[in-house]
Structure formats: structure tokens, C-alpha cells
Ligand binder design. Sequence first.
Ligand code: HEM
Length: 378
Amino acid sequence: MSFAALRASARRVGSAAPLARASRTALRNPAFRKYSTEASQAPKKSSNAALFGALGVATVGGIAFWVYTSNSDSAKEAGSAVRSGVQSAKAATNFTPTKEDYQKVYNRIAEILDTASDKGYDDGSYGPILLRLAWHSSGTYDKETNTGGSNYATMRFDPEAKHGANNGLNIARDLLEPVKQEFPWISYGDLWTLGGVAAIQELGGPKVPWRPGRIDGFAAQCTPDGRLPDGALGADHIRNVFYRMGFNDQEIVALIGGHALGRCHRDRSGFDGPWTFSPTSVTNEFYRLLLNEKWVWKKWDGPKQLEDKSTHSLMMLPTDYALVQDKNFKKWVKAYADDEQLWFKDFAAAVAKLFELGVPQSQFVTSEPWIMKSSDEK
Ligand code: HEM
């Protein structure tokens, strides 16, 4: 058993045991839940010049054409940013990062994940919120218009940073900012998606194939609000949103298993609580609980959510519950509840696809995605 798997299983609390036996104290102390969204969501200055250079002025030219042909003020602003981007790119083409350089970034992120326990943050890992950042930066993709996705890291800018669905993600962006300062050649889109990969791999999940090539865009490229799913809705809404990104039912169910990690926060989404007793371990527990527990509507003054009848300490969003109400979704919930390895395989493939949404193939620096080493393999 690898170190990561050992650590993950050590984190599992009563995952196979009846809920009543699982210790509530294993969930993190409510006194730690102090985070608010008040921290500044102002966009950070990007110094992506080297990557622009490495990836070719042609792409930048494409953006420039797009912004020059738009009349809005923000497009004009972005136009001048493109001009200076091109100029700085010309001045800074002397560094072409290798796979080893990206591995160093991965390693730094892996170190940061565990600092959460010293800071008393949530359940002791920043992994869940980094995965949410990577997913929200990618899940805005619209296949019809080929807009959104992870390419331009537009959540750095106010229109998108302030979308309700992104509440609290300033914590994850701020956490990765020192990594960006240390490795200024990496684009934000690459950094954020690599953060999602590190979160999954370091918390005992499968290897997620990943490759770099995203470039930083401009505020003018922010996606309209409303592209990310609303947890209060049902199966039709889930399909509308994920079909728009190009996923099928099996991939949708595999992806939402990301709720194996982390929790909802009242001051971010309004919902409250974790999905499993092991919110810092990637396991198929989410599916097993969804199928086997009795879920009842929580009686409270917050938004409609479900809680497990036996301990009242776990939660499901209406969208999670829709996965067992819908026949075709339920088929996959059963398959993943029965076979964790099957879910690992499908989750890794679906996440790899998610993180590449909106990135033109020509931008990737390699045709074959890489497998980054986990910290126990170094
Ligand atoms: C129907 C689709 C989805 C809906 C409606 C949804 C909704 C939500 C909501 C409301 C939260 C709580 C945010 C907070 O209060 O902090 C959350 C957290 C989270 N979501 Fe999702 N989500 C969906 C799909 C996904 C997918 C596809 C992934 C990853 C592959 C994912 C990963 C996470 C993680 C890791 C957290 C925990 C964050 C933390 O602990 O800070 N979600 N999601």
C-alpha cells in the first residue's frame, strides 16, 4: 500500500462501519469554521509573459483580434493588455519549462495542502477547496460557442470572481498566489488545474493525466453568470449544465463523486456540512452513502438540503440526491458504490477531460498528457 493510500485510509473514519459507530468528533471542530468571503476578490496582476512567449504569439494575436473587434471598454482595456503581453513575451522567451519544472510546482502545492491542519482550516486539508477551484474554472465551458473553460483563468477578474457559485474560492486563489510568485512562468489556468490534480492524487485518489498549455486571458473573456450548476435543482438542470460542457450521464455521475471531498459552508453556498465521514480522502463513500443511507430533508432555516437520518451529521444537496432519483444516473451510482476502482478509472478520465475544456489542442505543449508524481513517489 502506498504512503498516500495509507494516509488516506488513516483519514477514513468508519467508512465501512455503520454511521452510528462513526465518531462525530472525527469531523472537524465547528470552532474552526471561521472563514468568510470578505477577503479581497480583486484580480491579481498576472506575469504570464514567459508562457505567452513559449506558446506563440499566434494565440495572443487571436485574442487580440477578438478584443480589438469588440467595442466594450473592458475589451479596449484588454486590447492594450494584449499589446503589452506580446511585448513582454518577446522580452522573456528565454525560459521553456520542462516536465520537471511542472513537477516542482506540483510538489510545492502538495506541501501547501497539509498546512491546513496547522492553521485549523476545515478538516485539515486545502485539497477540497483546490479541487473546487479547478472544477469551477473549467466547468464554465460551453461547447456551442466554444467559450469558457480553464484556458483563460478568468475567475481572477471581478465579474467572474463575484459569481455566487464562486463564493469562497478567493481562499484557494490566494493560497496558490505564492506558488505563482515562485514559479512566475506558469499560467494561472495551468496552476489551478494542477492544484486540482494534486488534491486528488495527494488525498489518496487516482492519477489524473494532465498537461500544460493554458494561457492567461483578460476580464473581457469572463463567462456570463449562471453556467455552473445550482445545487438546489434536479436532474434536468444537471443534464443541461453538463451536456453543455460535452459530458454524458456516466461522466456526470463520475464527476459529482468529487463530493467525496470537502464540505459545504454556510457563509459560501448557504448549504452546510460534509458528504462523508472522511472528507479529506478520495473514496467511493459518497456513492455508498447516497445509496444505502436514509436521507431526509433537514429541518432548518437554510436552503433545502438532505441529512442522513441516523446521525444528522452528513448532507446531500438536492443535485446529489437527484443522482439516485433518476434511473439512468442511479445505474452509475450503483456501479461506483460497488467498485471503487471502476470509479477511480472513470473519475480520473472525466476530470482530465474537464480540466482541458476550452483549451485548443494546439496550445498544449505535449500531445500525450503527463502523469505527475505523487509526494510518496518522490
Ligand atoms: C451538479 C453539480 C455540482 C453542484 C451543484 C455542486 C455544488 C457544490 C456546493 C454547493 C458546494 C459547497 C461550497 C461551499 O459552501 O463551500 C460544493 C463543494 C465542493 N464541490 Fe461541488 N458541485 C457540483 C459538482 C462538483 C464536481 C464535478 C466536483 C469535482 C470534480 C465538485 C467538487 C467539490 C468539492 C471538492 C467541494 C468541497 C469544497 C470545500 O470543501 O471547500 N463539485 N459543491
